[in-house]
Design a protein around this ligand. Structure first.
Ligand SMILES: [Zn+2]
Length: 168
């Protein structure tokens, strides 16, 4: 049976559906049908503006963000949903936490829905550190249908790694 490392938290029946699509070589088709578009947020500067725009809409009073970037070295296997790090830096004798949002570079070429899902996830971490109930409620508030999108994004990561039925 194909192990689906991005989908281990989901019910076995759902995982089996994905396995079925993989077996039939139809996973790419499933994704292409649902997510045919590609977003235009290509530079770190554009990504920063995109993140700040969403933050302004939903999390105006949350802590500020110092830096936003696409990170080509981000380990998608371990950190499938980006990194949220507070980098400590000494500034004027004081230790200051620097808030960065890093988005795995592969999401540069992804559907707009997936970029939005990743960014919403990272923004929600400004309020909630853990993946708890309040965290997911906030995600759903910022992006209705968040849960389905996170599932589909994990399916997308699975498909990318299989690389089997990519359109030519
Ligand atoms: Zn997270």
């Amino acid at each position: 049976m194909t192990p689906l490392k991005y989908l281990t938290a989901y019910p076995a029946s759902l995982q089996d559906q994905v396995r079925g699509l993989i077996a039939d070589n139809r996973l790419g088709e499933y994704l292409a049908k649902r997510y045919p578009e590609r977003h235009a947020v290509q530079s770190d500067k554009a990504l920063y503006a995109y993140v700040m725009d969403l933050k302004q809409q939903y999390l105006r009073n949350a802590p500020g963000i110092d830096k936003v970037l696409y990170d080509s070295k981000l380990d998608v296997v371990r950190k499938a949903l980006g990194l949220h790090t507070a980098v400590s830096r000494v500034q004027g004798g004081k230790l200051k936490a620097k808030k960065e949002i890093r988005v795995a570079a592969l999401f540069r070429d992804a559907a707009p829905e997936f970029l939005q899902m990743i960014v919403v996830h990272e923004l929600a971490h400004l309020r909630e550190f853990d993946h708890n109930k309040a965290f997911y409620q906030l995600c759903e508030h910022m992006l209705p249908g968040y849960h389905q999108l996170e599932f589909d994004l994990r399916v997308y990561l699975t498909w990318r790694e299989l690389g089997a039925d990519r359109p030519v």
